[in-house]
Design a protein around this ligand. Structure first.
Ligand SMILES: O=P(O)(O)OC[C@H]1O[C@H](O[C@H]2O[C@H](CO)[C@@H](O)[C@H](O)[C@H]2O)[C@H](O)[C@@H](O)[C@@H]1O
Length: 252
């Protein structure tokens, strides 16, 4: 898809500023949504465009994902100079700003035990474990089992003190620290003195990032259906690759 119209115009203006931050979510954007999280391979065009963008002067590039940072690095194959931020914006290369204390780790272990009991009870559900959170996946369960598992998670560990709840695509995620992709973008914008940020996201957690893109020149791009505060909308990962390539071509 050729990126033209209002989004093409916004990309051209963004790409001609002196210092900018180009950032994207991973699942559903750089990689398609698939049944098994471990199979979410990135689109090679997006990977190449992100790497090319990171080599351009004055342009910082980041992936900001709900994944554990190590998982994001392994799956995407990307790394320095592309900045990887995991755990929904909370996990940088320097670790967590809000540390995972022994007490929080113990709470996380209790949540994981509850999720594993649910996964054993409802076929097709599974548990993903991350450094500060755990995700109950229901994509491969029957609709009845998915609803029941999500409801029990919400009534149970999601209601415990100290547990932070995030909903996503066929998942409920429980963290023992606060997470925000919006805070991550603020921090990256400050570090790089970026005059504008272009961010691409497809999920509920990306709304916290879109909400921070209020400066002239900022560009927020929602991928797929659903309510959003993003200014522009595209259809899927193919279009994400087109947007990333358009940024590189425009700045080059
Ligand atoms: O912020 P993101 O990079 O979009 O990460 C959000 C979650 O993505 C993964 O789950 C989602 O993608 C899976 C693979 O396509 C899919 O099976 C699942 O239903 C989706 O919710 C990842 O597994 C989670 O840890 C991330 O939080």
């Amino acid at each position: 898809m050729r990126i033209d119209g209002p989004l093409g115009h916004a990309i051209a203006e963004f790409a001609h500023l002196d210092r900018v931050l180009l950032a994207s979510d991973y699942d559903g954007c750089v990689a398609p949504i698939v049944s098994r999280p471990e199979d979410a391979k990135p689109d090679p065009r997006s990977v190449a465009a992100l790497a090319a963008a990171a080599a351009l002067p004055g342009m910082d590039v980041a992936l900001v994902s709900g994944r554990a940072r190590a998982d994001l690095a392994a799956l995407s194959g990307l790394g320095d100079p592309v900045v990887l931020v995991g755990s929904h914006g909370a996990e940088f290369d320097t670790g967590f700003a809000d540390p995972v204390t022994a007490e929080k780790r113990a709470l996380l272990d209790r949540v994981i035990t509850e999720f594993e009991a649910l996964a054993a009870r409802f076929p097709g559900t599974s548990v993903e474990i991350k450094p500060a959170s755990t995700t109950l996946h229901v994509r491969n369960a029957s609709p009845e089992d998915a609803d029941a598992a999500l409801a029990l998670a919400a009534e149970g560990p999601a209601s415990w003190e100290g547990v932070h709840v995030t909903y996503g695509k066929a998942v409920i995620e429980l963290a023992v620290i606060e997470t925000s992709k919006g805070h991550a973008l603020d921090r990256l914008r400050d570090i790089g003195h970026a005059q504008a940020v272009l961010y691409i996201g497809d999920d509920i957690t990306d709304e916290k990032a879109f909400a921070r893109l209020n400066l002239p020149g900022d560009v927020s791009v929602k991928v797929g259906d659903g309510a959003t505060s993003a200014r522009y909308r595209i259809d899927g990962p193919d279009d994400v690759a087109d947007v990333l390539e358009a940024v590189v071509a425009s700045r080059s």
